[in-house]
Structure formats: structure tokens, C-alpha cells
Design a protein around this ligand. Structure first.
Ligand SMILES: [Zn+2]
Length: 245
């Protein structure tokens, strides 16, 4: 079955797979270079996208951009022969995680200290029956706030936005295709014990997305959605927190 799906003229993606919490991977095809959005949770995961695009006669990605530091979006980096790009904050976490040990003891200790959460721990164990294969890489290019990459006929703008899910999160916005890759930026905060949205940050994220000109959004663990769908969901979440727009 063809796992790489076409979204628009220049954009392809693979679906999320909840069995080991694999997120959506994206691909933007430029005339000069192409860019992969998120590296996936393992080499095997990344290869579904990279092998899939090459099989279609598309170029192997020159760049791979990471939306945020959570393992499922970046542990595939070691299997991708592309220039990796991440925000300053994301890269600091990559540096930290590159020194993590993967013994049972080290893993359960990180759950106790709150450095990691049980949901990720369980899925890492499923994705990596042999955890000695985990190889966390840091980024080749690090940016602060915003980075625009011209791929030839199409651009990708990596942009840090306020959000509840993870401080370091960026979206990958492709204005020519009116598409935005959200990573998990519209999700709740699961790493700081709350599992909910933060009212102020959510309000600012809604404003930013309202302003952005896009038609389709790809969340890391969902199917493609319209701008209206995403904003309706976020406004509902905000109302639940007691704020009326
Ligand atoms: Zn996440």
C-alpha cells in the first residue's frame, strides 16, 4: 500500500500510527530542494517517508525540520541523511536527551523526576525492543524564533508560536500551498502534569493561527483538517477554560 499521500501540488505526508505513537511526517517538494517535516520516532519510521518519496521519483529531502523535542518527532533523525533544523529551545532538549541512558533504571528515574512521562516511556519500549539502538541526534542548523527556507518555487517558514503543548514548538508554514504543519502545537500540555491547555497561551495561539493564511493544517497525530476545523476546536477549548471570545 502506498503510505505517502499527496496533500497538495507540492506537499506529501504519511499518516500517524498510534501503535507506537508515530506522528505524521511531512514533505515539501521545491524546485531546488525538498524538506521533511519531523523526523519520526525511529529510523524505520523516517524511512517510510524517505523511501516512499524516492520511490515516487521525488528528491530525497535536503532538510529535515523538527517541530518540537518530544521523542516521537525527533528520534528518527539518526536515520535521515539531510541537514537537520530545529529551534534553539528544541535543540537544547536534543542535547539533553542525547546524553540519556536507556536502562530500565534510568527510564523509571526520569518518570519519577518528571523528565519524561509514562505514555512516552511505554511507546519507546514498544518502538525499540532493543533500546541500544536509540541514537538521539542534535540539529545541524539552529534558529531563534523564525526561519524561512526557500526551496525553489515554494518556501517553508518555521515559526515559534505561543502554545500549551511544549514551549519550544514551531509550526512549519508553507504559504504558497496554504498549508501549515502544526506538530502537536494545538494539543494540551502532557509533560507538566496538567494535561490541559493554558488559557493565555491558547488565546495567543488562536490569534496567530487566525492571522495565518492557510487552508489545510496537519497535526502530528490527526488527519488533515481545515483552518475552520482547527480554530473551532481551539475556541471550544478556550471556552471550556472560561474565556469567551
Ligand atoms: Zn508532542
Amino acid at each position: 500500500m502506498d503510505k505517502v499521500k499527496r496533500l497538495t501540488e507540492r506537499i506529501w505526508y504519511t499518516d500517524a500510527d498510534e501503535r507506537t505513537d508515530r506522528p505524521v511526517l511531512g514533505y515539501v517538494s521545491g524546485d531546488m530542494a525538498s524538506l521533511m517535516v519531523d523526523a519520526g520516532n525511529s529510523r524505520q519510521h523516517a524511512a517510510i517517508l524517505t523511501d516512499g518519496v524516492v520511490a515516487k521519483g521525488l528528491a530525497y529531502p535536503r532538510y529535515v525540520a523538527i517541530t518540537h523535542w518530544h521523542w516521537d518527532h525527533c528520534y528518527g533523525l539518526s536515520g535521515i541523511g539531510a541537514v537537520s533544523v530545529a529551534s534553539l529551545e528544541t535543540n537544547l532538549k536534543l542535547i539533553e536527551m542525547s546524553e540519556w541512558e536507556w536502562t530500565d533504571r534510568a527510564m523509571s528515574r526520569r518518570i519519577e523526576t518528571g523528565e519524561d512521562i509514562l505514555f512516552c516511556d511505554e511507546n519507546i519500549r514498544k518502538e525499540y525492543p532493543d533500546r541500544s539502538l536509540i541514537d538521539v541526534k542534535t540539529a545541524d542548523i539552529v534558529f531563534d524564533g523564525l526561519l524561512q527556507i526557500d526551496l525553489g518555487g515554494v518556501t517553508c517558514i518555521l515559526m515559534k508560536l505561543p502554545n500549551s503543548h511544549s514551549e519550544d514548538s514551531v509550526v512549519a508554514y508553507v504559504p504558497e500551498e496554504k498549508v501549515v504543519f502544526l506538530g502537536d502545537i494545538t494539543s494540551e500540555d502532557f509533560h507538566n502534569g496538567t494535561g490541559s491547555h493554558h488559557r493565555e497561551k491558547l488565546g495567543m495561539l488562536i490569534e496567530a493561527l487566525e492571522w495565518m493564511d492557510f487552508e489545510l493544517a496537519l497535526h502530528g497525530h490527526d488527519e488533515p483538517r481545515s483552518k475552520e476545523y482547527v480554530l473551532d476546536y481551539l475556541r471550544e477549548e478556550l471556552e471550556l477554560l472560561g474565556e469567551i471570545l
